[in-house]
Design a protein around this ligand. Structure first.
Ligand code: NI
Length: 167
């Protein structure tokens, strides 16, 4: 069997992106298959992080895959702590193709989550991993990176984005 892309990434404008996602209740085979599909979609789009709402599923799951890091899966995550120091860095989002801007976020964090098999774990992250985690975690609360910039920048970004998509 060839690699078939089963799920597609939804872009800004789809209401699922602005909804608070629901907790995962069952750690079953369906969950494993879904997470596999998420990795396929992430890799097809050459991204470094993807949240379930971005593939139209309003569930509290996200994944990360950085060049210098392993594949990571976060189910029902909770950010336990963030550092008071903020860093500004350029971000993109697979749901806003072609759009990038500087976003300020905490430099480091501690997160508690479950694996795809329901095992609890805690992770401390900094640098790019911390940034990706915070960005993806936001998606689970229906919060997008355009909500993290000034209203004027947001307005300009959306104009630009609509032009790109010819909306
Ligand atoms: Ni995103």
């Amino acid at each position: 069997m060839g690699a078939v892309k089963m799920i597609d990434i939804v872009t800004f404008g789809d209401p699922v992106l602005e909804k608070k996602a629901e907790a995962v209740a069952q750690y079953d085979k369906e969950l494993l298959l879904f997470i596999d599909e998420m990795f396929t979609a992430l890799e097809a789009d050459k991204g470094i992080g993807l949240a379930a709402p971005q593939v139209g599923r309003s569930k509290r799951i996200f994944i990360t895959e950085l060049d210098d890091d392993k594949k990571r899966i976060f189910v029902n995550p909770e950010i336990v702590a963030t550092s008071p120091d903020l860093v500004e860095y350029e971000e993109g989002c697979l749901s806003f193709p072609g759009l990038y801007f500087m976003v300020k976020r905490p430099a480091s964090l501690r997160i508690q989550a479950f694996t795809e098999k329901g095992k609890s774990f805690t992770l401390e992250a900094e640098g790019l991993l911390a940034r990706v985690i915070l960005h993806e975690y936001d998606h689970l609360d229906g919060k997008l990176f355009i909500d993290r910039i000034t209203p004027l920048k947001r307005e300009r970004a959306l104009l630009h984005f609509r032009k790109l998509l010819k909306m």
